[in-house]
Design a protein around this ligand. Structure first.
Ligand SMILES: [Zn+2]
Length: 377
């Protein structure tokens, strides 16, 4: 049956090609899609029909005249009305839940106190919230495409395993299978569930619902109790060997510096983590050290865009401004161009929205390892 499998994969690839084209350009016609994708017009027509039936796409109710001779065409766009994605952030002291459209518009958002950090308890609380949200989606006749969960720790996405989340106190927690079991117990039907680090998710959210490949490479720097970076490189998340790439909070900024929560001295987190931000000398110094971190990221990755977000930036908006000018000063001292440094598009919801973006990211890339996510069907 290998050939059937191959054909199905080919079809998924072709569908994703069309969806990605339509996401990047609005109002494409079938003929234009065929020209841009290299697929035959009949293949495009059949796949577009399917994508319309499954509510991935919508088409204008009336055809519009084309500039050239020939039949009028019907513009196609991403359906923003019917399909939704759920994204969840497990933060150190709260759970954030968002429901977004296929284009990243936030439809609902919820934030509740995380009652108990133990993995099983967090899993239960999270699943109960999802159950409630799924009921609301059913009432509104919305279709759930999948669900993403992110948290502050190193995640092995292919195993659904949280290797280490120091600020939650988790080590080697098989959280994805725990979620599956809890969802099954509650009768929650999620087509797919994904697990990722919070900064990685936030980077994907900015990428998928923002500038897309035009922003590649994109780095998201998440400033909260911990400080981490998510890196999108060549249209993929760069997560490293054990899922711990981008742990810039523990890059060393000063030999024999202040003690960090990890036991080392002089880590970035000891200068810019939320726990030290409230203390003297506060935001200005933290902003300058954050600028040093941005400079180091620029030297390593030469990113197109660096997005800075996380709760610390919401509470201290000056942080980004100081960091940006510090980084720019380093760049101009060397006669180099600075990357674009901007604030997170989705503010405090960046990681939760990013978790939702995980679903879309995987769906649009059928060749990403199958084992990258556990599929419910
Ligand atoms: Zn450290």
């Amino acid at each position: 049956m290998k050939s059937t499998g191959d054909l199905q994969l080919l079809k998924r690839i072709n569908r994703s090609v069309l969806l990605r084209l339509i996401r990047s350009q609005s109002d494409l016609s079938r003929a234009r899609l065929a020209a841009l994708s290299g697929l035959t017009k009949s293949t495009v027509s059949a796949l577009v029909r399917e994508l319309l039936d499954e509510h991935w796409l919508s088409e204008a109710s009336a055809p519009v005249a084309t500039q050239s001779m020939g039949r009028p065409s019907t513009p196609l766009n991403i359906d923003t009305q019917k399909r939704v994605l759920i994204g969840i952030e497990i933060a150190v002291d709260c759970l954030r839940l968002v429901c977004v459209s296929l284009t990243g518009a936030i439809l609902t958002q919820t934030e509740v106190v995380l009652r108990d950090r133990q993995p099983a308890k967090a899993c239960e609380q999270l699943a109960a919230l999802v159950q409630l949200l799924c009921r609301q989606l059913d009432e509104k006749q919305l279709l759930l495409s999948g669900l993403g969960v992110c948290l502050p720790g190193a995640v092995d996405e292919s195993l659904g395993l949280v290797r280490l989340a120091p600020n939650l106190g988790w080590r080697d927690v098989p959280f994805l299978s725990m979620l599956h079991a809890e969802f099954m117990r509650l009768g929650i039907a999620a087509p797919s569930i994904h697990l990722q680090n919070d900064a990685d998710a936030a980077a994907l959210g900015e990428y998928e619902f923002g500038g897309g490949s035009g922003d590649d490479p994109l780095i998201f720097v998440n400033c909260d109790v911990g400080v981490g970076a998510g890196i999108v490189l060549n249209d993929r998340l760069f997560t490293g060997f054990l899922g711990a790439a981008g742990e810039i909070g523990h890059s060393i900024l000063q030999v024999d510096g202040p003690l960090c929560s990890c036991g080392r001295r002089g880590c970035a987190e000891a200068f810019i983590g939320a726990r030290v931000l409230g203390k003297k000398p506060g935001v200005v110094q933290a902003g300058r050290y954050l600028g040093v971190v941005l400079q180091n990221l620029d030297a390593m990755f030469n990113p197109h865009v660096i997005v800075v977000g996380g709760r610390s930036c919401m509470e201290h908006p000056a942080l980004i401004e100081i960091a940006r000018s510090t980084q720019q000063a380093y760049a101009s001292a060397a006669g180099l161009q600075s990357p674009e440094v901007r604030a997170a598009r989705f503010g405090v919801q960046a990681a939760a929205v990013g978790a939702a973006a995980l679903v879309l990211h995987q769906f649009l890339r059928p060749l990403l390892k199958e084992s990258n996510h556990v599929s419910g069907n």
